[in-house]
Design a protein around this ligand. Sequence first.
Ligand code: C2O
Ligand code: CU
Ligand code: CU
Length: 456
Amino acid sequence: MSVTRRQILAGLAGVSVLGLGAGGARYWLGRPEEAKTHDYELIAAPLDVELVPGRKTSVWAYGGQAPGLELRARQGDWLRVRFVNRLPEPSTIHWHGIRLPLEMDGVPYLSQLPVLPGESFDYRFRVPDAGSFWYHPHTASGEQLGRGLVGPLIVEEREPTGFRHERTLSLKSWHVDGQGVFGEFSVLREAARGGTPGRLSTVNGQASPTLELPAGQVVRLRILNLDNTLTYRLNLPGAEARVYALDGNPVAPRPLGREYLLGPGMRIELGLRVPALGTALPLRNGPLRLATLKSVDSGEAAADWPAALPANPVPEPDLAAATSLGFNFEWVGALSGNMEQGGAFKFWQINGQAWDINDKRCAERPIATLQQGRSYIFELRNVSQYLHPIHLHGMAFKVLDSNRRKIDPYFTDTYLLGRNETARIALVADNPGVWMFHCHVIDHMETGLMAAIEVA
Ligand code: C2O
Ligand code: CU
Ligand code: CU
């Protein structure tokens, strides 16, 4: 069912350049000299899969699988993806966590026009940071991500790391019933609270799979939360696991501890020392088993803990010279416009402004304008009882501190803001454009919890 990389590359060779703009034709015909290019043709299309044993679910797939095909590139190289839309509705692809130019960011009407059914769009950008990223549409997100349009994007380090084995684990729960039939992706009363949860939890599209890992080796587990709603309380009881990276940026390796809260859109990379042959470890969400990690013979000598991963070239904010800005994330119950005429419910707002997903021009009213090259500190205040994974496009930020927990400052693209938590993050506004700043609980972002931040 899945399409191999070779098939995809073969497919690409046969693609004609007709219909591309002049700029497009240029880069499809010529390979840049300075870096290697990773080419993909990524088709989004409906597909029947078996999520519930013996039942068919009509998902929307990228590259013949849901979650989508794992894309891979190497740090510093170009990634080129020809996105072909064979869905019944318009779509785009956003590259979550990748620092890239605005035209490649996949936000409709801001980066590009939506790609219509039957059309294609060529994404081409350099990947400056190594780590675990992901991709998804930025159009009709509740349904499109809900139906399976989410996929991992792995950027490998330029030099080999100490890890010889790795696995990608894409977490997603599905809004399906016991027959595998989709229900509502968003329910109003849930959108006004924690978001509408799916009912069937999967890892790489399988309910409670068993994953085989080489005994005695330290395996790099890339765990990605590609879910619309759920914050996973990840734990690996009985395992020896260390955290190596958070959301695409390395951290000084440290024990995983009792559990880690992985909000929607967030990623964690663990080093897991695989126990002796025949041992089975549960990977859990709170008390619920997500997958079983089973050790199998590797025929290799036992490995030691790899060194820390090399830092990404993210600019260091100048805290002494930084300008501070406050952002309040709050609950508000309101109905905008007339529902029959496509008005949207607004349950959430940032600094008194709720985003209207039906208004194509919201981005023309940025909530803040940053001066290019300057450093900023954002004070993020959650004045609600729900978790909000706060995500910024275009730039990585450094988490400085929180009034609710001890923070070892680290770079990320998504920060899980807890109930009534205030956290400070800092960044260098080095990427010109208008960037989305939103909660990654899809229900929240679609009912107001989104804003645009301009860098000029
Ligand atoms: Cu993954 Cu605008 O988000
Ligand atoms: Cu993003
Ligand atoms: Cu939220």
